[in-house]
Design a protein around this ligand. Structure first.
Ligand SMILES: [Zn+2]
Length: 419
């Protein structure tokens, strides 16, 4: 074997080796193969997933996702680190918007170039958006007020997202607008005409809106009228005039000569013969009194009063509540008993307002009582005066004991049993 031949062999082998390496490099390696997998959406984020099936015979230097809101895929998520074939890789994209379709594809890069998986897409679901829930916390619905009263209107709203704004209307005239979920408006009713007013509060969350309305009646200024008619005597307080049909039932006895007039029929409390004794006072047939009016001791205040026998239990019940109950005023717990300053009324035989041309007062049946007459011949607005003693007594004692309250017609001292 000549030296020349040996050299040729060496060169030939080298060429062969170089060729094999070159061929392998050019023809036997390739770009990676990569798949795009499904995305997992969670509210405004999505986790994108991909998988490299083959590195193409070279190291994968870079991989990740291209994505965007169009198939242009203008955003790139580059992932680094070693990657195993056939094991998923993922990344989470954030800040996604409801109802928007996003496109994405996985990619992987090796020395041969960049490979892509298929373009896939997903649409971020639009969540159900509930409209705000609006409430008017004060005043109460169907409240009657007198002109000149200042009414604090409070409304609030809640929402599954966020209440953006609220607005208040009175008879569809915008009165106030506010950001957020709470609104307060001071409504001065001075000079308002009597009639019904629709108070409407609206709230919106930017997408959906809702509203709540209540009706407030501004009444004629009866208070002034009634006050003008009243005489100075302590008991001379107005009582609601009952519009009762002509009595259809008589009483078991008649004493027409002494007691020529017959009262209206007052439910389970019956009716009686009476006569006018002047000044709006009446004298009731003593037999009716003997049969119907009883003397009881009011618990707590330990006062003896005359009431109708069918209302007796209500009075006892109300004053038992007063005897045992407490209220919190200005953060202090006080006994209900301390809220009762004066007691008037119960059984007083008279016309409404001591006016002979008016009907008979319910005090004539012994079914009404006047508490704290000073300063309570008027309407009490519970929203304005939540600590008013007569309001507290109404809520905690008289209402649960079956009384109605004269407040609705501007006589907050007056409680009476309705049966
Ligand atoms: Zn009264």
């Amino acid at each position: 074997m000549s030296k020349r031949f040996s050299l040729s062999v060496v060169i030939g082998v080298l060429i062969l080796v170089i060729s094999v390496i070159s061929v392998k490099s050019v023809y036997l390696t390739a770009k990676p193969t990569v798949d795009t997998a499904e995305a997992h959406i969670n509210e405004d984020t999505a986790t994108l997933e991909g998988m490299i099936h083959n590195t193409g015979g070279r190291d994968v230097s870079c991989y990740g996702f291209r994505w965007g809101t169009s198939s242009g895929l203008d955003k790139t998520e580059n992932l680094s680190g070693s990657i195993d074939v056939n094991k998923p890789f993922s990344t989470t994209i954030t800040g996604l918007k409801e109802g928007v379709t996003y496109y994405y594809r996985a990619f992987a890069v090796n020395a041969k170039g960049t490979a892509y998986g298929d373009i896939k897409s997903f649409t971020v679901p639009v969540k159900y958006n509930a409209p705000p829930i609006v409430s008017i916390t004060s005043p109460g619905d169907s409240m009657t007020i007198t002109p000149g009263e200042v009414v604090k209107i409070s409304a609030s709203a809640t929402d599954d997202k966020k209440v953006e704004s609220m607005e208040l209307y009175i008879n569809n005239i915008a009165k106030k607008k506010t950001d957020g979920g709470a609104l307060t408006y001071i409504w001065d009713t001075s000079g308002m005409d009597a009639g019904k007013y629709v108070i409407k509060a609206t709230a919106g969350d930017g997408v959906k809106a809702d509203e709540k309305t209540i009706n407030i009646t501004v009444k004629d200024d009866l208070k002034k009228v009634a006050q003008a008619a009243v005489t100075p005597a302590a008991n001379k307080v107005p009582t609601r005039t009952k519009t009762v049909a002509t009595p259809s039932r008589g009483v078991n006895y008649t004493n027409m000569s002494s007691y020529p007039r017959l009262s209206q029929y007052n439910g389970s409390f019956g009716q009686f013969y009476y006569r006018d004794t002047g000044g709006g006072a009446i004298e009731i047939d003593p037999r009716w009194i003997a049969e119907n009016i009883v003397t009881i001791k009011l618990p707590g205040v330990n006062r003896y009063v005359q009431v109708h026998k069918n209302a007796k239990d209500n009075f006892i019940q109300a004053f038992t509540y007063i005897q045992n109950g407490t209220a919190t005023i200005n953060g202090k717990r006080v006994p209900l008993l301390s809220l009762v300053d004066t007691i008037d009324g119960t059984f007083v035989s008279r016309h409404v307002n001591w006016n002979p041309s008016e009907g008979l007062s319910n005090h004539s049946w012994g079914i009404a009582i006047d508490i704290n007459a000073d300063n309570h011949f008027r309407y009490v607005n519970p929203n304005w005066e939540p600590d008013d003693p007569n309001y507290i007594l109404w809520v905690k004692a008289f209402q649960p004991a079956g009384f109605s309250w004269g407040n609705s017609y501007g006589d907050s001292m007056h409680y009476e049993v309705i049966k």
